[in-house]
Design a protein around this ligand. Sequence first.
Ligand SMILES: CC(C)(COP(=O)(O)OP(=O)(O)OC[C@H]1O[C@@H](n2cnc3c(N)ncnc32)[C@H](O)[C@@H]1OP(=O)(O)O)[C@@H](O)C(=O)NCCC(=O)NCCS
Length: 184
Amino acid sequence: MEKDKAKPVSFSQTTITELMIPSYANFGGKIHGGILLSLMDKVAFATASKHSGAYCVTVSVDTVDFLQPVAVGELVSLKGSVNYVGNSSMVIGIKVIAENVKSGTVKHTNTCYFTMVAKGDDDKPTQVPKLILESKTDVRRFVEAIFRKKLKKDHKEKMEAMKKSWDKDEMSRLLENERCIIES
Ligand SMILES: CC(C)(COP(=O)(O)OP(=O)(O)OC[C@H]1O[C@@H](n2cnc3c(N)ncnc32)[C@H](O)[C@@H]1OP(=O)(O)O)[C@@H](O)C(=O)NCCC(=O)NCCS
């Protein structure tokens, strides 16, 4: 089938640009983080569905750090690119930049990684096409995604092991120098 053929990264690279309007702002006059998250989800969906030729769902979002505030009137561009494909999953790298059209300044507000899964007509995960890595950057991003996946798995396992080993005394000791008061 045509949609099972390997596709290059460039085939599905997608950019969404949106003007930050006043209704997107919080009480401090800056753009709500949730507005940016919603735009990231849109570009992740567009990129993943283009690569897979299927309906996709968001499974996981890794490290969304808002490095700089975004102001009303700025043009926000979100660039999505497939960094990695598994069987049914795809990691979409998203770079967000905000541009002040009057001053010409461009700031990089964040980079994050959405894991999307392609679903078939039966609503079950379905295989996605292989990814053709055309540049050194494509190769580096694919390898980085594998490492990130492994680190996440290790982190999850360590957290689970630690949680099992904590008793009340151990938790009190860990919280000794923290800014909290234990009342229970
Ligand atoms: C994602 C979902 C399809 C996984 O279904 P499942 O029956 O557990 O399927 P699998 O275990 O085979 O996982 C499918 C893929 O998702 C990946 N996956 C599952 N959970 C994951 C997680 N937390 N982080 C990263 N990848 C994950 C698996 O590694 C697998 O990847 P692969 O096919 O490339 O090897 C299912 O959990 C789902 O539909 N979740 C809801 C998604 C949704 O509605 N999102 C919108 C937000 S409300």
